[in-house]
Design a binder for this molecule. Structure first.
Ligand code: ADP
Length: 266
């Protein structure tokens, strides 16, 4: 039986390599008259069967500020995932490459874009779990979209999935995630605060010279990332609001979007 999310490999033309990540190689491709990014999942990296179920859920998520999943090609093993093509690659690299050349209006616009995508995920009761500048992609005109939502659940490498381990994104994680793996839209909001900090620091890594253990210790002592030089007081206040100890004291994405859009006079 032909499922609607199943892509026929004969309709797909593969092109140059775009990069490689957690799950394997990413190639440029062409599918039904449009450019796509094809993620070729490495066998040992992902729980295939679980993901196939979830792909149906993910394909129903559709918003202009989310990188769209178009379909999956399971005739290949390991399987291929087809995503909307984003000409300017990942946000963290983009920021670093344009250091000193991005206006504060552009940075604010990037934060508005991400908060819009995240407000949609929040209203769909979908938790991202790994929001960071490296998991957002840039289209034309500095437009940013959220990518890789929910994908960490299918990573088989337990170095990445246990908060005690080296690859876990501790520097983007809320205290309740580090302590009890309690993910929620409010833990996504914490990560969004760190993403705003990355944007206003032009792609610098948060807590650059500190180990995960040192970061946890300073968070427990109530310390937070410092105000980026390029961020206004009102932008910095929003970051700090995202980093409230108690999840319920943090704003929702709907509220963040409202606040950011009014700062941007949208
Ligand atoms: P993974 O999820 O396996 O870690 P990434 O999403 O980090 O892989 O992708 C690796 C690289 O491939 C990115 O840094 C980016 O340059 C490129 N890439 C990924 N998805 C797209 C896309 N939709 N459009 C354009 N380039 C992409």
């Amino acid at each position: 039986s032909k499922d609607q999310w199943e892509v026929n490999p004969e309709e797909l033309t593969l092109g140059r390599e775009l990069g490689s990540g957690q799950f394997g190689l990413v190639l440029e491709g062409r599918w039904r008259e449009r450019k796509v990014a094809v993620k070729m999942i490495r066998e040992e990296c992902m729980s295939d069967e679980d993901f196939k179920e979830e792909a149906r859920v993910m394909m129903r998520l559709s918003h202009c500020k989310l990188v769209q999943l178009y379909g999956v090609c399971t005739q290949h093993s390991p399987m291929w995932l087809l995503f909307e093509f984003m000409e300017n690659g990942c946000l963290s690299d983009y920021l670093r490459a344009r250091k000193g050349r991005l206006s504060q209006d552009t940075m604010l616009g990037m934060c508005v874009d991400v908060s819009e995508g995240m407000a949609y995920l929040e209203s769909s009761n979908f938790i991202h779990r790994d929001l960071a500048a490296r998991n957002c992609l840039v289209a034309k005109n500095n437009e940013v979209k959220v990518s890789d939502f929910g994908m960490t659940r299918f990573v088989l490498d337990d170095q990445y999935t246990s908060s005690q381990c080296s690859k876990f994104p501790v520097k983007w994680s809320a205290p309740e995630v580090i302590r009890y793996c309690k993910f929620s839209s409010k833990s996504d909001v914490w990560s969004f605060g760190v993403l705003m900090w990355e944007v206003y620091n032009e792609g610098r890594l948060p807590y650059e010279n500190r180990s995960n253990a040192e970061v946890v210790e300073s968070l427990n002592a109530g310390l937070r990332l410092l105000k980026p030089r390029l961020a206004s007081d009102s932008v910095h206040l929003l970051m700090e609001w995202c980093w409230k100890e108690k999840p319920e004291d943090r704003p929702s994405f709907a509220l963040l979007l409202h606040e950011l859009a009014s700062l941007a006079n949208l």
